[in-house]
Ligand binder design. Sequence first.
Ligand code: PMP
Ligand code: GLU
Length: 400
Amino acid sequence: MMQFSPFAGGLAESQTLAITATAKRMKAQGIDVAPFAAGEPDFDTPEFVKAAGLQAIRDGRTKYGPAAGLADLRGAVAEKMAATGYTGLTADRTIICAGAKPVLFFALAVLLEPGDEVLVPTPCWLSYPKMVQAAAGTCVWVETRPDQGYVIDPDALRAAITPRTKALILNSPGNPTGAVQPDDVQNAIGKIAAEHGIAVISDEIYEHMTYAPARFRSFADLAPDAHDLTLIVNGVSKAYAMTGWRIGWGGGPKDWIQRMIRLQSHAMSGPPDINQLAALAAVQGPTDQLEAMCSRFLERRTVICDALNAIPDVRCPTPDGAFYVFPDMSAYLQASFEGEPIGDATKLAGLLLEHAHAAVVPGDVFEAPYAIRFSYACSRDDITKGIARVAAFLGSLKRP
Ligand code: PMP
Ligand code: GLU
């Protein structure tokens, strides 16, 4: 029998991708599934971005490119990061990868030694712990609570530090909660990181999705003390509805980035020029479609929060950013269905898919087993009809 590595070889499949794929399959079979699982905008990539991709194909940009990514895109990304507060960030301190995912993956892979600890505020995006595991590191959870708006407590973070603490992953606006970490909290985190020499990976992929009065500020802007230790991660997937184009980037200390580039040169080479040139058009182009998309998300957030909060004993905080809501469903985990106790969010999510035709992601995968994630990156009609089915199904359960 083959013996696989318990690190990269021991990973479970990404449930967000798996549930989204199941929902798409059901839809193709003609079932009206409410697509609340997908972590991707339902809008189309802007036409001017597609045109740039097509032009790149016509121009024959079909060869290997530089392992670090195209110089023009690196320059544009550096300029953007410098403008949002990462003073002095230059193009040679950036890397372009096939999505934000490999940026995070490579960042952890070159940083961690076996047994190193990474502080991860929970609820957290499901791939962080898997990437830490693949890099032979260990996650140390720092819990945040729905009744505190999922805001990180810097004292709890400090208390979780040990001599093995190597890094911290920050994600604001956050997936799955939509929480935007307040300026003073991010500033305090920067001070703690600088004091203890802890690297900070700030995943800012939902930068453009905040809803007034909340607003986005980069960790680099709020925590200048930690610049030598900060890696900012971002990309075009969410803001420009480009999930399938697979372009993301990182900017940070030169020695960290150089190591990531060397790893990328062996693991996958630079991402396709065609996709990078489309991404360059996106970041340099007009922002009207982005703004229109955000105002649609804002309307839908109200619709979904109101509908969920109208269900007895469901508590759905209104998030400040991203396009997810993360209601507390604990009241229904104690219920039973056909004589069987439900017990956990994974079981409840499976029942909702089967009986309410609502594709959702259970909180277990985000280290929050009391909740369920609903993405509202879908039409108002899908939201209204889908949540009505969820409400009817929950109402039919036998509760203690
Ligand atoms: N970070 C977070 C918090 C995400 O939700 C996602 C979702 N895709 C990613 C990173 C990965 O982005 P990409 O699709 O660009 O790899
Ligand atoms: N990040 C999105 C999500 O959380 C997309 C799927 C994935 O890459 O995990 O659903």
